[in-house]
Design a protein. Structure first.
Ligand code: SF4
Length: 229
């Protein structure tokens, strides 16, 4: 008698051989030379400005954010001022960043949280940062790195993709990827990981067609020369 249910075919394995800390370090040292200044391109003068700029940068280029933040911060230079802002005025100021209604709500709410719970200052720990409205682990890691010079690894789409292809992680979950990267690379490099992998991901290890022939770490990469992600 025929069975009603059959096992679905197993998907092809998407895993890569996992790198060792030693091998990952060799690769990262090459990337560090190729991308010597991997800091954020967002322009900011203090942690508050960076936090707001990072929230605005969702689905938007850093250059575009940099074009609106001077006007925004001229009018609302502190969390206290922004927490009392009129939404239509803020919407007009940040309009060109896209999703301006949601982003306006998010930055005013974040400013309110800062005023209500942190005396208007941006806190300097992961737990406090992620407790703020509109702040996830990725944004918090960027703030810790760039505003406070603390070790953290922000995992975005480029970091996830490049790490996976390099065999630095076998996960697609940002928190697990962050944990895998922290086990592989020494703490003094964590602050460089996000910027370095973003630059490599944008320039060489592109999402659709990675330029493996031009990649200086192809010899060490388990996904070269053919990559399917
Ligand atoms: S060899 Fe290809 S897949 Fe590997 S890191 Fe370089 S561009 Fe990406």
């Amino acid at each position: 008698m025929a069975t009603l249910f059959t096992e679905p075919p197993k998907p092809p394995s998407l895993t890569r051989p996992m790198a060792t800390p030693k091998k990952a370090l060799v690769v990262f040292e090459i990337l560090k030379k190729d991308y010597p200044n991997p800091r954020t391109e967002l322009v900011f003068e203090d942690p508050f400005q960076l936090l707001i700029a990072v929230i605005l940068s969702a689905q938007c280029t850093d250059a575009r954010v940099n074009s609106v933040t001077p006007g925004l911060f001229a009018q609302y230079p502190t969390a206290e001022k922004l927490s009392n802002a009129s939404a239509p005025v803020v919407e007009k100021l940040i309009h060109s960043c896209g999703f301006y209604k949601n982003k306006t709500k998010a930055i005013i709410q974040t400013a309110k949280s800062l005023v209500e719970r942190f005396e208007g200052k941006v806190p300097g720990t992961m737990d406090e940062l992620v407790s703020l409205a509109g702040v996830g682990r990725k944004t918090a890691s960027v703030i810790l790195n760039q505003a406070f010079d603390l070790p953290a690894i922000a995992v975005d789409t480029h970091v996830a993709r490049v790490s996976f292809r390099l065999g630095w992680t076998q996960s697609k979950n940002p928190l697990k990827i962050e944990q895998d990267l922290k086990k592989l690379l020494p703490e003094d490099l964590w602050a460089l990981v996000n910027g370095t992998l973003i630059l490599h991901g944008r320039k060489i290890c592109k999402a659709r067609k990675p330029l493996c022939a031009d990649c200086r770490i192809a010899k060490q990469c388990p996904s070269a020369p053919k990559t399917k992600l």
